[in-house]
Design a protein around this ligand. Sequence first.
Ligand SMILES: Cc1cc2nc3c(=O)[nH]c(=O)nc-3n(C[C@H](O)[C@H](O)[C@H](O)COP(=O)(O)OP(=O)(O)OC[C@H]3O[C@@H](n4cnc5c(N)ncnc54)[C@H](O)[C@@H]3O)c2cc1C
Length: 403
Amino acid sequence: MWQLFRRERMWTSEPLKGRYDIVIIGAGVHGLATAYYLGKLGVRDVAVLEKSYIGSGASGRNTAIIRSNYRTPEGVVFFDESVRLYEALSAELGYNVLFSQQGHLTLAHTDSAVNGLRVRAEVNQLMGVESRVIWPPEIKRLVPAMDISSRPRYPILAALYHPPGGIVRHDAVGGGEAREAARIGIAIHPFTEVIVIGTSNGQVTSVQSTRGEIRAGTVVNATAGFCSTVARLVGLRLPIVTHPLQAFVTEPLIPFLDKVIVSATLHSYVSQTDRGELVIGGEIDPYGSYSLASTLPCLEVLAAHTLELFPCLSGVKVLRQWTGLCDMTPDYSPIMGEVPGVKGLILDVGWGTYGFKAGPVAGTRIAELIASGKTPDVLKPFSITRFWEDRLVGEKAAAAVSH
Ligand SMILES: Cc1cc2nc3c(=O)[nH]c(=O)nc-3n(C[C@H](O)[C@H](O)[C@H](O)COP(=O)(O)OP(=O)(O)OC[C@H]3O[C@@H](n4cnc5c(N)ncnc54)[C@H](O)[C@@H]3O)c2cc1C
Protein backbone atom coordinates (compact mmCIF):
# COMPACT_ATOMS: atom_id res chain seq x y z
CA MET A 1 0.00 0.00 0.00
CA TRP A 2 1.21 3.56 -0.74
CA GLN A 3 2.27 5.53 2.31
CA LEU A 4 1.10 9.05 1.60
CA PHE A 5 1.87 10.54 5.02
CA ARG A 6 5.07 10.52 7.03
CA ARG A 7 4.00 8.67 10.19
CA GLU A 8 7.16 8.61 12.30
CA ARG A 9 7.91 11.51 14.67
CA MET A 10 10.46 14.06 13.42
CA TRP A 11 12.38 13.69 16.69
CA THR A 12 11.87 12.32 20.18
CA SER A 13 13.08 13.70 23.50
CA GLU A 14 15.27 11.55 25.74
CA PRO A 15 15.00 12.09 29.54
CA LEU A 16 16.92 15.23 30.59
CA LYS A 17 20.32 14.29 32.07
CA GLY A 18 22.04 16.18 34.89
CA ARG A 19 25.23 16.61 32.85
CA TYR A 20 26.20 17.22 29.21
CA ASP A 21 29.52 18.28 27.70
CA ILE A 22 27.76 21.06 25.83
CA VAL A 23 24.48 22.88 26.43
CA ILE A 24 23.04 24.99 23.62
CA ILE A 25 20.42 27.51 24.74
CA GLY A 26 17.82 28.15 22.02
CA ALA A 27 16.35 25.81 19.40
CA GLY A 28 16.19 28.12 16.42
CA VAL A 29 18.14 27.44 13.24
CA HIS A 30 21.37 28.55 14.94
CA GLY A 31 21.13 26.33 18.01
CA LEU A 32 19.89 23.38 15.97
CA ALA A 33 22.50 23.79 13.22
CA THR A 34 25.29 24.00 15.81
CA ALA A 35 23.98 20.84 17.48
CA TYR A 36 23.69 18.99 14.17
CA TYR A 37 27.19 19.93 12.97
CA LEU A 38 28.67 19.09 16.40
CA GLY A 39 27.05 15.66 16.07
CA LYS A 40 28.57 15.28 12.62
CA LEU A 41 32.01 16.04 14.09
CA GLY A 42 31.44 13.22 16.58
CA VAL A 43 30.66 15.50 19.55
CA ARG A 44 27.39 13.96 20.73
CA ASP A 45 27.02 14.68 24.45
CA VAL A 46 25.05 17.80 23.57
CA ALA A 47 21.67 19.13 24.76
CA VAL A 48 19.63 21.84 23.07
CA LEU A 49 17.39 23.57 25.62
CA GLU A 50 14.43 25.56 24.32
CA LYS A 51 12.09 27.49 26.57
CA SER A 52 9.10 27.04 24.25
CA TYR A 53 8.44 24.82 21.22
CA ILE A 54 11.12 24.16 18.60
CA GLY A 55 11.31 27.03 16.12
CA SER A 56 9.13 29.32 18.24
CA GLY A 57 11.56 32.23 17.91
CA ALA A 58 12.52 34.22 14.82
CA SER A 59 13.45 31.02 12.96
CA GLY A 60 9.76 30.17 12.64
CA ARG A 61 8.69 33.74 11.89
CA ASN A 62 11.06 35.01 9.23
CA THR A 63 10.51 35.56 5.53
CA ALA A 64 13.23 33.08 4.57
CA ILE A 65 15.33 35.16 2.19
CA ILE A 66 18.76 33.70 1.43
CA ARG A 67 21.49 35.78 -0.25
CA SER A 68 25.14 36.77 0.03
CA ASN A 69 25.31 40.19 -1.70
CA TYR A 70 26.49 42.00 1.42
CA ARG A 71 28.60 45.15 1.60
CA THR A 72 31.78 44.19 3.48
CA PRO A 73 34.31 41.56 2.31
CA GLU A 74 33.95 39.82 5.71
CA GLY A 75 30.18 39.65 5.36
CA VAL A 76 30.21 38.52 1.72
CA VAL A 77 32.64 35.64 2.40
CA PHE A 78 30.65 34.50 5.42
CA PHE A 79 27.19 34.62 3.83
CA ASP A 80 28.48 33.11 0.57
CA GLU A 81 29.58 30.03 2.52
CA SER A 82 26.04 29.82 3.90
CA VAL A 83 24.43 30.02 0.44
CA ARG A 84 26.63 27.11 -0.67
CA LEU A 85 25.65 25.10 2.40
CA TYR A 86 21.98 25.88 1.70
CA GLU A 87 22.42 24.62 -1.87
CA ALA A 88 23.44 21.23 -0.46
CA LEU A 89 21.15 21.22 2.60
CA SER A 90 18.28 19.11 1.24
CA ALA A 91 20.71 16.34 0.28
CA GLU A 92 22.65 16.77 3.53
CA LEU A 93 19.55 16.43 5.72
CA GLY A 94 17.69 13.98 3.50
CA TYR A 95 14.80 16.43 3.75
CA ASN A 96 13.59 18.81 1.07
CA VAL A 97 13.96 22.39 2.32
CA LEU A 98 12.55 23.73 -0.98
CA PHE A 99 15.38 26.20 -1.63
CA SER A 100 14.29 28.23 -4.65
CA GLN A 101 17.25 30.21 -6.04
CA GLN A 102 15.04 32.49 -8.05
CA GLY A 103 17.24 35.61 -7.86
CA HIS A 104 17.16 38.71 -5.68
CA LEU A 105 16.77 42.35 -6.76
CA THR A 106 17.62 45.32 -4.53
CA LEU A 107 16.07 48.44 -6.07
CA ALA A 108 17.63 51.91 -6.15
CA HIS A 109 15.33 54.94 -6.40
CA THR A 110 17.96 57.69 -5.91
CA ASP A 111 21.38 58.49 -7.36
CA SER A 112 23.08 57.88 -4.02
CA ALA A 113 21.38 54.48 -3.76
CA VAL A 114 22.64 53.61 -7.27
CA ASN A 115 26.17 54.47 -6.10
CA GLY A 116 25.69 52.23 -3.05
CA LEU A 117 24.64 49.33 -5.29
CA ARG A 118 27.68 49.86 -7.53
CA VAL A 119 29.97 49.55 -4.49
CA ARG A 120 28.19 46.38 -3.36
CA ALA A 121 28.37 44.87 -6.86
CA GLU A 122 32.12 45.49 -6.98
CA VAL A 123 32.75 44.02 -3.53
CA ASN A 124 30.55 41.03 -4.42
CA GLN A 125 32.34 40.41 -7.74
CA LEU A 126 35.78 40.73 -6.11
CA MET A 127 34.74 38.04 -3.62
CA GLY A 128 33.45 35.79 -6.44
CA VAL A 129 29.74 36.34 -5.78
CA GLU A 130 27.38 36.74 -8.74
CA SER A 131 25.93 40.22 -8.46
CA ARG A 132 25.65 43.16 -10.87
CA VAL A 133 23.86 46.47 -11.34
CA ILE A 134 21.08 46.33 -13.92
CA TRP A 135 18.95 49.08 -15.49
CA PRO A 136 15.20 49.54 -16.05
CA PRO A 137 14.86 47.66 -19.40
CA GLU A 138 16.42 44.51 -17.87
CA ILE A 139 14.47 44.98 -14.62
CA LYS A 140 11.26 45.09 -16.67
CA ARG A 141 12.24 41.87 -18.49
CA LEU A 142 12.91 40.10 -15.18
CA VAL A 143 9.85 41.47 -13.33
CA PRO A 144 7.20 42.42 -15.93
CA ALA A 145 4.55 43.20 -13.29
CA MET A 146 6.60 45.90 -11.57
CA ASP A 147 5.93 49.58 -12.35
CA ILE A 148 9.19 50.99 -13.73
CA SER A 149 7.55 54.11 -15.15
CA SER A 150 8.15 57.65 -13.86
CA ARG A 151 4.64 57.66 -12.28
CA PRO A 152 5.54 56.50 -8.71
CA ARG A 153 6.83 58.88 -6.02
CA TYR A 154 10.20 57.11 -6.22
CA PRO A 155 10.80 55.81 -9.76
CA ILE A 156 13.15 52.83 -10.05
CA LEU A 157 16.56 53.89 -11.41
CA ALA A 158 18.52 50.61 -11.13
CA ALA A 159 18.77 47.35 -9.22
CA LEU A 160 21.43 45.06 -7.80
CA TYR A 161 20.71 41.67 -9.39
CA HIS A 162 21.93 38.68 -7.38
CA PRO A 163 20.94 35.45 -9.20
CA PRO A 164 21.92 32.96 -6.41
CA GLY A 165 19.59 34.63 -3.89
CA GLY A 166 16.15 33.21 -3.19
CA ILE A 167 13.78 31.78 -0.62
CA VAL A 168 13.58 28.56 1.35
CA ARG A 169 11.00 26.91 3.67
CA HIS A 170 11.96 27.92 7.21
CA ASP A 171 9.92 25.19 8.93
CA ALA A 172 11.63 22.57 6.77
CA VAL A 173 15.11 23.91 7.64
CA GLY A 174 14.53 23.88 11.41
CA GLY A 175 12.57 20.62 11.34
CA GLY A 176 15.12 18.88 9.11
CA GLU A 177 18.03 19.98 11.32
CA ALA A 178 16.22 18.89 14.52
CA ARG A 179 15.36 15.52 12.97
CA GLU A 180 18.93 14.81 11.86
CA ALA A 181 20.48 16.12 15.09
CA ALA A 182 18.20 13.84 17.15
CA ARG A 183 18.92 10.91 14.83
CA ILE A 184 22.67 11.15 15.47
CA GLY A 185 22.20 11.34 19.23
CA ILE A 186 21.78 15.01 20.17
CA ALA A 187 19.25 15.63 22.98
CA ILE A 188 16.59 18.21 22.14
CA HIS A 189 14.53 19.49 25.06
CA PRO A 190 11.64 21.85 24.32
CA PHE A 191 9.88 23.68 27.18
CA THR A 192 13.12 23.84 29.18
CA GLU A 193 14.06 27.43 29.98
CA VAL A 194 17.51 28.39 31.24
CA ILE A 195 17.16 30.78 34.17
CA VAL A 196 20.67 30.76 35.68
CA ILE A 197 24.15 30.13 34.27
CA GLY A 198 26.59 28.94 36.93
CA THR A 199 30.27 29.95 36.81
CA SER A 200 33.29 29.27 38.99
CA ASN A 201 36.59 31.20 38.66
CA GLY A 202 35.52 32.67 35.31
CA GLN A 203 34.55 29.26 33.86
CA VAL A 204 31.00 28.20 32.98
CA THR A 205 30.05 25.16 35.04
CA SER A 206 26.28 24.64 34.77
CA VAL A 207 22.88 25.96 33.84
CA GLN A 208 19.81 25.99 36.02
CA SER A 209 16.75 25.21 33.94
CA THR A 210 13.04 25.15 34.75
CA ARG A 211 13.46 21.34 34.77
CA GLY A 212 16.48 21.22 37.05
CA GLU A 213 20.22 21.84 37.15
CA ILE A 214 22.46 20.63 34.32
CA ARG A 215 26.24 20.65 34.60
CA ALA A 216 28.17 21.60 31.46
CA GLY A 217 31.57 23.16 30.72
CA THR A 218 30.47 24.74 27.45
CA VAL A 219 27.29 26.78 27.00
CA VAL A 220 26.21 28.35 23.70
CA ASN A 221 23.95 31.42 23.77
CA ALA A 222 21.85 31.07 20.58
CA THR A 223 18.80 32.91 21.83
CA ALA A 224 18.58 35.81 19.30
CA GLY A 225 15.88 38.22 20.58
CA PHE A 226 16.55 37.11 24.18
CA CYS A 227 20.35 36.95 23.96
CA SER A 228 20.92 40.06 26.09
CA THR A 229 18.86 38.65 28.95
CA VAL A 230 20.70 35.31 28.73
CA ALA A 231 24.12 37.05 28.58
CA ARG A 232 23.20 38.98 31.72
CA LEU A 233 23.02 35.65 33.56
CA VAL A 234 26.84 35.78 33.59
CA GLY A 235 26.97 39.55 34.08
CA LEU A 236 27.77 40.22 30.40
CA ARG A 237 26.25 43.31 28.78
CA LEU A 238 25.89 42.87 25.01
CA PRO A 239 25.84 45.83 22.57
CA ILE A 240 22.45 44.64 21.39
CA VAL A 241 18.91 46.05 21.46
CA THR A 242 15.92 43.81 20.69
CA HIS A 243 13.36 45.22 18.24
CA PRO A 244 10.15 43.72 16.85
CA LEU A 245 9.98 43.02 13.10
CA GLN A 246 6.66 42.48 11.34
CA ALA A 247 5.61 40.73 8.14
CA PHE A 248 2.40 39.63 6.46
CA VAL A 249 1.16 37.28 3.79
CA THR A 250 -1.59 37.68 1.17
CA GLU A 251 -4.09 35.27 -0.29
CA PRO A 252 -2.60 33.00 -3.01
CA LEU A 253 -2.35 34.51 -6.50
CA ILE A 254 -1.39 33.00 -9.84
CA PRO A 255 2.42 32.82 -10.17
CA PHE A 256 3.60 36.23 -11.49
CA LEU A 257 6.72 37.04 -9.44
CA ASP A 258 9.78 34.79 -9.50
CA LYS A 259 12.30 37.22 -7.99
CA VAL A 260 12.73 38.53 -4.44
CA ILE A 261 12.22 42.32 -4.61
CA VAL A 262 13.66 44.68 -1.98
CA SER A 263 13.41 48.47 -1.78
CA ALA A 264 15.40 50.15 0.98
CA THR A 265 13.93 53.55 0.05
CA LEU A 266 10.38 52.27 0.45
CA HIS A 267 11.37 50.11 3.46
CA SER A 268 9.63 47.08 2.01
CA TYR A 269 10.27 43.75 0.29
CA VAL A 270 8.13 41.11 -1.38
CA SER A 271 8.43 37.56 -2.71
CA GLN A 272 5.92 34.98 -3.94
CA THR A 273 5.84 31.51 -2.42
CA ASP A 274 5.36 28.25 -4.30
CA ARG A 275 1.74 28.32 -3.06
CA GLY A 276 1.22 31.74 -4.68
CA GLU A 277 1.01 33.84 -1.52
CA LEU A 278 2.94 37.10 -1.41
CA VAL A 279 5.21 37.43 1.63
CA ILE A 280 5.73 41.10 2.43
CA GLY A 281 7.90 42.71 5.08
CA GLY A 282 9.89 45.79 5.94
CA GLU A 283 12.13 47.36 8.53
CA ILE A 284 12.26 46.78 12.29
CA ASP A 285 9.84 48.70 14.49
CA PRO A 286 11.69 51.87 15.51
CA TYR A 287 11.61 51.15 19.26
CA GLY A 288 13.24 48.44 21.37
CA SER A 289 10.64 45.99 22.71
CA TYR A 290 9.92 42.32 23.34
CA SER A 291 6.34 42.68 22.14
CA LEU A 292 5.02 40.22 19.55
CA ALA A 293 2.02 42.45 18.75
CA SER A 294 1.38 43.21 15.07
CA THR A 295 0.19 46.72 14.27
CA LEU A 296 -2.22 48.17 11.72
CA PRO A 297 0.01 51.19 10.88
CA CYS A 298 2.82 48.81 9.88
CA LEU A 299 0.46 46.79 7.68
CA GLU A 300 -0.93 49.95 6.05
CA VAL A 301 2.50 51.40 5.27
CA LEU A 302 3.90 48.13 3.91
CA ALA A 303 0.78 47.57 1.78
CA ALA A 304 0.94 51.13 0.39
CA HIS A 305 4.63 50.78 -0.46
CA THR A 306 4.09 47.42 -2.13
CA LEU A 307 1.35 49.00 -4.27
CA GLU A 308 3.82 51.66 -5.43
CA LEU A 309 5.94 48.86 -6.89
CA PHE A 310 3.04 46.64 -8.00
CA PRO A 311 -0.15 48.66 -8.64
CA CYS A 312 -1.66 45.44 -10.06
CA LEU A 313 -1.99 44.14 -6.46
CA SER A 314 -4.72 46.60 -5.56
CA GLY A 315 -7.63 44.70 -3.96
CA VAL A 316 -5.57 41.63 -2.97
CA LYS A 317 -6.57 40.33 0.48
CA VAL A 318 -4.21 39.96 3.43
CA LEU A 319 -4.33 36.55 5.13
CA ARG A 320 -2.18 36.98 8.26
CA GLN A 321 0.32 39.29 9.90
CA TRP A 322 2.87 38.37 12.54
CA THR A 323 5.88 39.63 14.49
CA GLY A 324 9.24 38.27 15.61
CA LEU A 325 12.12 39.65 17.64
CA CYS A 326 15.44 40.84 16.22
CA ASP A 327 18.66 41.26 18.22
CA MET A 328 20.17 44.34 16.60
CA THR A 329 23.87 45.26 16.86
CA PRO A 330 25.15 48.79 16.11
CA ASP A 331 26.95 47.65 12.92
CA TYR A 332 24.25 45.21 11.65
CA SER A 333 26.70 42.28 11.89
CA PRO A 334 26.47 39.28 14.22
CA ILE A 335 28.55 38.52 17.31
CA MET A 336 30.08 35.04 17.28
CA GLY A 337 32.72 33.26 19.30
CA GLU A 338 34.27 33.14 22.75
CA VAL A 339 33.95 35.83 25.41
CA PRO A 340 37.10 37.11 27.13
CA GLY A 341 36.75 36.51 30.86
CA VAL A 342 33.95 33.91 30.66
CA LYS A 343 35.55 30.62 29.68
CA GLY A 344 33.16 28.11 28.16
CA LEU A 345 30.56 30.67 27.03
CA ILE A 346 30.12 30.85 23.25
CA LEU A 347 28.05 33.59 21.61
CA ASP A 348 26.07 33.10 18.42
CA VAL A 349 23.92 36.24 18.59
CA GLY A 350 23.25 39.62 17.02
CA TRP A 351 21.40 38.05 14.13
CA GLY A 352 19.04 40.96 13.72
CA THR A 353 16.92 40.82 10.60
CA TYR A 354 19.32 38.66 8.60
CA GLY A 355 20.25 35.58 10.64
CA PHE A 356 18.12 32.90 9.07
CA LYS A 357 20.31 32.71 5.98
CA ALA A 358 23.37 32.27 8.22
CA GLY A 359 22.16 29.21 10.15
CA PRO A 360 24.22 26.60 8.29
CA VAL A 361 27.52 28.55 8.20
CA ALA A 362 27.24 29.76 11.81
CA GLY A 363 26.32 26.23 12.91
CA THR A 364 29.25 24.61 11.08
CA ARG A 365 31.79 27.14 12.24
CA ILE A 366 30.63 27.41 15.87
CA ALA A 367 30.69 23.59 16.00
CA GLU A 368 34.24 23.68 14.62
CA LEU A 369 35.25 26.25 17.26
CA ILE A 370 33.85 24.09 20.08
CA ALA A 371 35.31 20.85 18.75
CA SER A 372 38.80 22.23 18.00
CA GLY A 373 39.11 25.08 20.50
CA LYS A 374 40.28 27.31 17.62
CA THR A 375 38.27 30.18 16.16
CA PRO A 376 37.84 29.62 12.38
CA ASP A 377 39.10 32.55 10.28
CA VAL A 378 35.65 33.28 8.88
CA LEU A 379 34.35 33.97 12.42
CA LYS A 380 37.23 36.18 13.59
CA PRO A 381 35.89 39.53 12.27
CA PHE A 382 32.65 38.97 14.21
CA SER A 383 34.16 38.58 17.68
CA ILE A 384 32.68 40.68 20.51
CA THR A 385 36.09 42.31 20.94
CA ARG A 386 35.49 44.36 17.77
CA PHE A 387 33.36 46.77 19.81
CA TRP A 388 36.32 47.90 21.93
CA GLU A 389 38.99 47.33 19.26
CA ASP A 390 37.33 49.83 16.88
CA ARG A 391 36.87 47.42 13.96
CA LEU A 392 33.13 47.29 13.31
CA VAL A 393 31.81 45.36 10.29
CA GLY A 394 29.37 47.94 8.95
CA GLU A 395 26.59 46.14 7.05
CA LYS A 396 23.70 48.58 7.51
CA ALA A 397 23.72 49.51 3.81
CA ALA A 398 23.13 45.87 2.87
CA ALA A 399 21.13 44.56 5.81
CA ALA A 400 18.69 47.17 7.09
CA VAL A 401 15.68 46.22 4.96
CA SER A 402 17.07 43.56 2.65
CA HIS A 403 16.85 40.65 5.02
C1 LIG B 1 9.53 38.93 10.42
C2 LIG B 1 10.96 38.50 10.28
C3 LIG B 1 11.50 38.33 9.01
C4 LIG B 1 12.83 37.92 8.85
N1 LIG B 1 13.28 37.67 7.60
C5 LIG B 1 14.52 37.14 7.43
C6 LIG B 1 14.95 36.76 6.13
O1 LIG B 1 14.20 36.88 5.15
N2 LIG B 1 16.20 36.24 6.01
C7 LIG B 1 17.04 36.11 7.07
O2 LIG B 1 18.16 35.65 6.87
N3 LIG B 1 16.64 36.43 8.32
C8 LIG B 1 15.41 36.94 8.53
N4 LIG B 1 14.98 37.27 9.79
C9 LIG B 1 15.90 37.12 10.94
C10 LIG B 1 15.99 35.65 11.34
O3 LIG B 1 14.71 35.09 11.47
C11 LIG B 1 16.74 35.50 12.67
O4 LIG B 1 17.92 36.25 12.64
C12 LIG B 1 17.10 34.04 12.93
O5 LIG B 1 15.97 33.21 12.79
C13 LIG B 1 17.71 33.88 14.31
O6 LIG B 1 17.81 32.48 14.54
P1 LIG B 1 18.26 31.96 15.96
O7 LIG B 1 18.28 30.49 15.90
O8 LIG B 1 19.49 32.67 16.38
O9 LIG B 1 17.13 32.52 16.96
P2 LIG B 1 15.59 32.08 17.22
O10 LIG B 1 15.00 31.36 16.08
O11 LIG B 1 14.89 33.31 17.71
O12 LIG B 1 15.76 31.04 18.38
C14 LIG B 1 16.14 31.42 19.68
C15 LIG B 1 15.38 30.54 20.64
O13 LIG B 1 15.89 30.73 21.95
C16 LIG B 1 14.82 30.46 22.84
N5 LIG B 1 15.18 31.02 24.16
C17 LIG B 1 15.27 32.32 24.50
N6 LIG B 1 15.64 32.44 25.79
C18 LIG B 1 15.77 31.17 26.26
C19 LIG B 1 16.13 30.63 27.53
N7 LIG B 1 16.43 31.42 28.58
N8 LIG B 1 16.16 29.28 27.67
C20 LIG B 1 15.88 28.46 26.62
N9 LIG B 1 15.53 28.92 25.40
C21 LIG B 1 15.49 30.26 25.22
C22 LIG B 1 13.64 31.16 22.17
O14 LIG B 1 12.41 30.66 22.64
C23 LIG B 1 13.89 30.86 20.70
O15 LIG B 1 13.16 29.74 20.24
C24 LIG B 1 13.66 37.70 10.00
C25 LIG B 1 13.12 37.87 11.28
C26 LIG B 1 11.78 38.25 11.42
C27 LIG B 1 11.22 38.40 12.81
